[in-house]
Ligand binder design. Structure first.
Ligand SMILES: NC(=O)c1ccc[n+]([C@@H]2O[C@H](COP(=O)([O-])OP(=O)(O)OC[C@H]3O[C@@H](n4cnc5c(N)ncnc54)[C@H](O)[C@@H]3O)[C@@H](O)[C@H]2O)c1
Ligand SMILES: [Zn+2]
Length: 355
């Protein structure tokens, strides 16, 4: 088992990494001196695989455990599901000393975190991420929330978990496409922050694709170190946290132009990263060999790299609607070679995409 501390003063917490170590979960919760009752939020697929060992581990430490099953899928990360969670917490007479456990991917992590942030003005919660995206990105950093019918993640709160428990063995049951999509975020950390991680992914692409535990432990642990180091310096996204958005400006445009139906998030980010790499090269921050290495790695990981054909006007429109655009100006994250970033203000992204 490995441990990483996310240092946020009074809101600090540990991330535990391991494989096949659910039996340890209850003991780690006990150490946090949490109240006697736990409610696990999950869905039927993930719960079917992991609810029993999680519950047993908690019960062995004397916790009283119940669970809430929410429907599967991003379309359920909404106010109705949240209301259902609140109703369950109220009916169970859950008090302030109790805690929630988010057992699932980013959807479950985000909505459970937001329920915890708001129920009785805030109760403790623990992240047990089971998708690769959730293990390397969404479970760390305390962004919680739900979608509104007019846009994704429009309602939410910054609210840190008390612990993140990452068992990379849970990735064994993750569908292949979801797994590969999650790898795009790992590549992202390598491209803008850590050339060594990029090289590691290149050298171990096949073993990562085969979900080799040793390679996964390294990739997931290093990704969390990077995310933790960024969020501890910029908890509420005032500046630095923007670098985690590498590939996301154009990636989000791709997602929205295709109505979120054609690409999984990481697939769209892969396409966005290729565009960001090309823009970096055009602006002199990197050279063609860097762009080629990025494209070649994404291709080896079976991620898409081609920009779907929409007019540049459509792209500009989609980009300008992104909630990260302020006063029509975009702070674009570029790769400085491989392993470093530059934040650059770009007025005419459309022209860059077209050129
Ligand atoms: N809070 C943040 O900082 C942050 C960052 C990035 C993304 N997000 C959010 O995360 C969400 C996407 O997360 P995601 O990609 O994990 O999607 P998801 O939660 O929908 O999970 C993807 C699919 O995989 C299934 N699944 C998850 N783990 C599994 C396992 N171990 N075995 C079998 N099936 C499993 C889920 O049931 C689901 O069908 C989005 O809502 C996004 O907004 C949040
Ligand atoms: Zn992302």
């Amino acid at each position: 088992m490995k441990t990483l501390k996310v240092d946020l003063g009074q809101r600090s917490y540990d991330i535990f990494f391991g494989h096949r170590f659910f039996a340890e979960f209850g003991r780690l919760c006990q150490k946090l001196k949490l109240g006697g009752r736990a409610i696990v939020v999950t869905n039927s697929t993930i719960g079917g695989h992991y609810l029993r060992p999680l519950k047993e581990s908690l019960e062995n430490e004397g916790f009283i455990v119940s669970s809430i099953e929410i429907p599967e899928g991003e379309e359920h990360k909404n106010i109705r599901t949240l209301e259902y969670i609140y109703d369950s917490l109220v009916s169970a007479h859950l008090d302030r000393g109790s805690f929630l456990v988010a057992l699932g991917g980013g959807v479950i992590g985000d909505i459970t975190g937001f329920a915890a942030a708001t129920y009785l003005r805030g109760i403790s919660y623990i992240q047990v991420p089971t998708s690769l995206l959730a293990q390397v990105d969404s479970s760390v950093g305390g962004k919680t929330g739900i979608n509104h019918e007019k846009g994704k993640n429009l309602i939410g709160a910054f609210y840190q978990p008390r612990m993140v428990f990452i068992d990379v063995s849970t990735l064994d049951t993750l569908p292949e496409r979801e797994f590969i999509s999650g790898l795009a975020e790992v590549v992202k950390y390598g491209v803008v922050y850590d050339g060594e991680l990029f090289t590691f992914i290149s050298d171990n692409a096949e073993s990562l694709l085969a979900r080799d535990k040793k390679s996964l432990m390294y990739a997931v642990n290093r990704s969390c170190e990077i995310k933790a180091s960024v969020v501890t310096r910029d908890e509420r996204e005032a500046g630095l946290r923007a670098i985690l958005n590498y590939g996301h400006t154009i990636g989000h445009a791709v997602e929205s132009l295709t109505d979120y139906k054609t690409y999984l998030h990481g697939e769209a980010i892969s396409i966005g990263m290729v565009q960001a790499a090309r823009i970096s090269e055009k602006m002199g921050y990197s050279v063609k060999a860097d762009t080629d290495r990025i494209i070649s790695l994404l291709t080896r990981l079976k991620l898409p790299v081609e920009l779907p054909s929409f007019s540049s006007e459509s792209y500009i429109n989609a980009i300008m609607h992104d909630k990260k655009v302020k006063d029509g100006k975009i702070t674009f994250v570029l790769n400085n070679g491989i392993g470093a970033y530059s934040l650059v203000n770009i007025a005419d992204v459309g022209a860059l995409i077209k050129a």
